[in-house]
Structure formats: structure tokens, C-alpha cells
Design a protein. Structure first.
Length: 635
């Protein structure tokens, strides 16, 4: 495997073109009609990425995950569909970008420049080694294990990863077989492009070009969108598929009302809902939402029950058919058919009673919206205390402008009633899960399309209020740009060297160490490093769990009977006798020491969690003991 930056970029570009070519060919065989080349490209890319993921899934099932096979899969669509790609490039050349940009209003030009600058920062950030523990310990570790174990990844310490290697992780595995694992994060940028393209297409159906672009900016300048786009996470992907499914079902109902029913958008929406369910364990809720929306709207149109059942069952059957390989393998892994479907629906517990009993109690162990009070207070908490939701602050314009479509007299978009229906069902079903911002990007994207013309109309009719809105928009764009810059700071070439490959330490040592940026992830780092690199017999642990027997083992072999370091031998010498196979270099130690400078802050956090009843009594003590072991390890 060649490990150089130009080669990695070449692989990712070829992967993009190959997925686009494959999607174009599939949709052409499917006979789907498009409203332009841009729409054709967006749907083709989404479908091509999904097809690639499922090909890798079946290769893993037959133990065929080898670089030579993946390279053949990469170049075959390019060879078969070269003519279609040539048509796409000719279409790009025919677009009058320069003339359109010159005619654009000044606010659009400023927003466009900020958009492309932030997009560049995201690409640079996604081109560097991942640093968040959730990425390194789950989303990038799963595909590595999937490759090593020829088709199955099992991380017993991370609940969700008991599920077989998922849709996006399979795309990561594909890229890892052909290049290094650094640039796999750029796949999130692909899905960001699909998401932005879907928002533009939906808005363009009833708004001008620049107002539609404003809707794209409205959605893009949310910090959570920036974060999800530059990390090796998966939430942007399933939100993108859900948005395209929304657009397709809306198209189906438009054709239905025009007495020219076209069922192909409904079937393609089922495929995209299936892809969304492959990406996230609780994403099957998206298919359920659309299922009940289709039933509700068809019944409202006065259709017979048999007609409604035919359409909804066709949609559900296609969605389930796409999801089924993952479900079957998950059922085989768990030994029962219940857990794969409901492990996160019921407060991350394997029983419905745990959910219903804690429904009105407020925060659960994840401190998110699994309780009714949390759900109601979500808009307040997401802005005032976003850390409770493991998320980032939303664009405040959403809350400020949400009631305005009911007050300001503007031309209502034709899908407004469809959006309201979708939102009601979305929130109703999402009540079973955690309403984190990253799980609601599809709803934020659709809502931004409605709010943009409201803001434009206000700025035209109300001079004072319009100026306030313009100033607030510029201020918020600046805040997001600054936040994006701070997030990607260590990724910038003049800070980290050649885009983070030489002077910026990799986040993993021997593919296991997690260089946690968030201080509260430090304990996960400790568990990982001791259990895997030091080869101490560590149990299946997670952030909120610790086993007494293991603490006894560590205390007995590393510490004296009184819990203090005893004898002349250092902690490292003692651990070496226990089977430590990796000694930290001086550079790695310096990096770790910087992370552990927040030791006192960690102590305060542990005590606070103890008071909240989240931690067991023993954990607040033993977690600190384990923490001190690693401080000595790094010196």
C-alpha cells in the first residue's frame, strides 16, 4: 500500500468518480427522470456510495476483502461508464458560473465567499489524522477489525459496534484497503455535498436560485454541520439519505396530485431509507416516519385502504430488503431478533420497561433527551448547555425565525404542509431516541428552506428589522467561521506541517491509542491503552462502568497493598514485566502530558457525576487510580 498524500487524494477522487459513474448507470437502468444534470449527479453519487458499501459488505461475507479486488471494483465503473462522466464534465463546462456570480446580490456574494472558505477548512481538517476518541475507537477501528477478521467487527466495550460493520464504516474499509486511513474522513465531505445539494434542489422547486442558495447557507452555518463534516463520524451520511428520501416522496405526491402518478420516486425513497438504516442502528425510525406519512397523506386524499396498503407495503418492502443483510447478520451476532432493532430505542437498555419506567424522570445515564422533560426542554438546553447533548449550539436564527412563517405574509412553499406532517411524525418517533442536534440535521435542513424566504421578505419590507437580521447573519457567519478555524487549527499546514502527516502526531499508536481532544474522554483513553497495548487483562469497560476485580489486579501488580507505588522499580518497569509491548516515545509522552494537564478538572467532573448518581461509588475512586497509572506511564 502506498502511503503518500497525493496518492491518497487520487484514490479518494477516483472513488468519487467511480461511485458517481456506478450511480449514473444504475439510475439509467432504473429509468428515473431528472430535472437537470445537477439533480442527476446528486442522486447518482448517493446511490453509487450505497452500492459500493453493499458490495464491500458481501465481499466481507465471502472473505474477499483484498486490495486487488477493491482496486478492480474501483476502476470497473470508470471503464464501463466513461462516456457518462464525459457528459458530466461537458455539462460543468457549459455552466455560466462567472455571469451568475457577477449578477448575484452582495449578501449572497459575501455568504458564498464565507461558504467556500469554511468548506476549504473542512476539507483540510478532514485530511488530517482523526483525533476524537469516538472516531478512532469506533468508526475507524471497526473497519480495521472488519478487514482483519474477514467480514465481522466486534467491539464488546462499545455497545453500538456489536452491530456488524455498518454502511459508512464499510466505505472506510474500502478506502483503507487502497490507501491509508487518514483520508477516510473525506467521505463525510461527500455526504455534506449530497446534503447541501438536496436542500438546494428542494428549495429550487419553488424559489429563485439565490434564495435557494441562501437556504443552503442557512443550514451550512451551524456548528454541528461543520463538526460532522470534518470528522470520521456517520451522522451526516444517514441525514443525507433521509433528506433525499423526503425529496423523492414529495415528488411522488406532486405527481399523484397532478393525476400522473410516478411510483419510481417512491421506490427510490425506499432504497435511500434502507441505506439510512444501514448507517445508524436507530435509523430505521426514518423508514417508519415515511411509512406513516405516506399512509396519512394517501388517506387524506381519499384513497381506498387497499390502494394505500399497496403503496406503503411496496415502499416498506424495498426499504426492508435493503436493510435485511445487516439485520440478519446482527441477529446472528446477538442470538435474538429484538436487540438489533431496539437497543437504543429504550434508553440503551435491552428491555422496554427500562424506557417506560424512566420516561418522566428526566436525564438518563446518557444525560440526553430520553426523558419527557428533556425532550420538552431540548431547544433551551441545546443553546444554553449543548454539552448535555454531546452536540454543538444550533444557529439561533432557527429559534428566532421559526414562528415568523405564521406571522409574516409570504408565499407559502407548496411542501409546507408536507413539512409540517414530516416534523410531527419525526418528533413523535424521535421521542424514543435522543434529540441531539446531529440526529436532527435532516429536519434542520428542510426547515432552513422555509425560513430563508421569510428572512428575505422581512429584510425587504421592514428596514430596521431587516438590518438587524443582516447584522445578525454576518455576526453568526463570523462566529461559525471562527469556530471552524479553531476546530481545524492543528490541521492547517502552517501549524502542523504537510497537512498533519509529519509534525502532527497520529492519533493512534499501533492502531489503538486514542488521542482524546475532549477532556471527559480521557478515561476511555485509559481503558483502551491499558487493555490493548499494555496487554493487562482488562474487562469490557465503557465510560460509566468499571469492574472491581480488574482494579484489584492493577493495584496488586502495579501498586503496593496500600495503593501507593512501592519498591525501586518504576511503574513502567512493573508493567513491562506484566507484558507491556509498547514504550511511549518522548514525543508521544509530551502529547499525552498535555492532555492530562486537566487532571484536576477530571476529578471535579468525576465527583459531580457521583453526586448526580451517574457513577458508582467505587468508580469515582478507582477511575482516578487508573488515571494516575497512565500519568506515570507517560513520563
Amino acid at each position: 500500500m502506498i502511503d503518500s498524500l497525493p496518492y491518497n487524494y487520487l484514490v479518494l477522487c477516483l472513488f468519487f468518480l467511480s461511485a458517481l459513474s456506478l450511480g449514473l448507470e444504475i439510475l439509467d437502468r432504473f429509468g428515473f427522470c431528472f430535472h437537470g444534470k445537477g439533480e442527476q449527479a446528486i442522486f447518482s453519487l448517493a446511490l453509487g456510495l450505497g452500492a459500493f458499501s453493499n458490495v464491500i459488505f458481501f465481499l466481507g461475507a465471502v472473505q474477499g476483502l483484498y486490495p486487488s479486488i477493491c482496486f478492480l471494483i474501483l476502476v470497473l465503473p470508470l471503464a464501463l461508464c466513461f462516456g457518462r462522466l464525459r457528459e458530466a464534465f461537458l455539462w460543468l463546462e457549459s455552466l455560466s458560473w462567472k455571469e451568475s456570480w457577477q449578477k448575484a446580490p452582495l449578501p449572497v456574494k459575501l455568504g458564498g465567499m464565507a461558504f467556500f472558505f469554511n468548506l476549504l477548512l473542512i476539507v483540510i481538517g478532514a485530511s488530517t489524522p482523526p483525533t476524537l476518541s469516538d472516531a478512532t475507537n469506533v468508526h475507524l477501528l471497526i473497519p480495521k477489525l472488519y478487514i482483519q477478521n474477514h467480514g465481522f467487527a466486534f467491539l464488546s466495550n462499545v455497545q453500538a459496534s456489536n452491530y456488524p460493520c455498518l454502511h459508512v464504516e464499510l466505505l472506510y474499509a474500502f478506502c483503507m484497503l487502497l490507501s491509508s486511513d487518514i483520508l477516510t474522513q473525506l467521505i463525510s465531505v461527500y455526504y455534506l455535498g449530497i446534503m447541501l445539494g438536496g436542500i438546494y434542489l428542494l428549495a429550487r422547486s419553488h424559489q429563485s436560485t439565490w434564495v435557494s442558495f441562501g437556504g443552503v447557507l442557512f443550514f451550512f452555518f451551524n456548528m454541528d454541520v461543520v463538526i460532522q463534516s470534518s470528522m470520521a463520524w456517520v451522522d451526516m451520511a444517514w441525514n443525507a439519505y433521509a433528506l433525499l428520501a423526503f425529496l423523492l416522496i414529495y415528488r411522488y405526491f406532486v405527481s399523484f396530485k397532478e393525476n400522473n402518478e410516478d411510483r419510481k420516486p417512491l421506490f427510490l425513497a425506499g432504497i435511500f431509507c434502507g441505506f439510512a438504516a444501514q448507517i445508524k442502528i436507530f435509523a430505521p425510525v426514518i423508514a417508519c416516519i415515511f411509512f406513516f406519512i405516506i399512509v396519512f397523506l394517501l388517506l387524506r386524499e381519499g384513497e381506498s385502504l387497499s390502494f394505500v396498503l399497496k403503496r406503503t407495503l411496496a415502499f416498506a418492502s424495498i426499504a426492508f430488503l435493503v436493510e435485511s443483510p445487516y439485520y440478519l447478520k446482527s441477529i446472528w451476532a446477538f442470538g435474538n431478533p429484538i436487540w438489533p432493532f431496539f437497543q437504543e430505542y429504550f434508553g440503551n437498555k435491552n428491555e422496554a420497561l427500562a424506557y417506560t419506567a424512566g420516561m418522566f424522570k428526566g436525564p438518563q445515564w446518557r444525560k440526553t433527551g430520553t426523558g419527557l422533560l428533556d425532550f420538552i426542554s431540548f431547544p433551551w438546553n441545546i443553546i444554553v448547555s449543548p454539552q448535555l447533548f454531546h452536540s454543538s449550539p444550533l444557529n439561533p436564527f432557527f429559534l428566532a425565525l421559526l414562528p415568523l412563517p405564521l406571522i409574516v405574509k409570504i408565499q407559502r412553499p407548496p411542501f409546507l404542509s408536507f413539512l409540517v406532517t414530516f416534523s410531527v411524525f419525526f418528533l413523535l418517533f424521535w421521542f424514543l431516541e435522543t434529540p441531539e442536534a446531529r440526529f436532527m440535521l435532516v429536519l434542520l435542513g428542510i426547515t432552513s428552506i422555509v425560513l430563508t424566504p421569510v428572512a428575505v421578505e422581512i429584510s425587504r419590507k421592514e428596514r430596521l428589522l431587516g438590518n438587524i437580521l443582516k447584522f445578525a447573519a454576518i455576526l453568526w457567519i463570523g462566529v461559525i467561521t471562527l469556530g471552524n478555524g479553531l476546530i481545524q487549527w492543528k490541521s492547517l499546514p502552517f501549524v502542523s506541517g504537510a497537512i498533519g502527516r509529519d509534525q502532527y502526531i497520529r492519533s493512534q499508536v499501533n492502531g489503538r491509542f486514542s488521542h482524546a481532544l475532549e477532556w471527559y474522554d480521557s478515561f476511555v483513553f485509559i481503558n483502551k491503552s491499558l487493555r490493548q497495548d499494555a496487554k493487562i487483562l482488562f474487562p469490557d469497560t465503557h465510560f460509566y462502568h468499571c469492574d472491581r476485580a480488574v482494579v484489584d489486579l492493577v493495584e496488586a501488580k502495579v501498586f503496593g497493598a496500600d495503593g501507593k507505588i512501592g519498591g525501586e522499580a518504576s511503574v513502567m518497569d512493573r508493567l513491562m514485566k506484566m507484558g507491556v509491548t509498547h514504550v511511549l516515545t518522548e514525543k508521544e509522552s509530551q502529547i499525552l502530558e498535555k492532555d492530562f494537564e486537566k487532571y484536576k478538572e477530571f476529578n471535579r467532573f468525576m465527583e459531580n457525576q457521583k453526586r448526580l448518581g451517574v457513577l458508582n461509588e467505587i468508580y469515582s475512586k478507582d477511575g482516578i487510580i487508573l488515571f494516575e497509572i497512565n500519568i506515570n506511564l507517560s513520563k
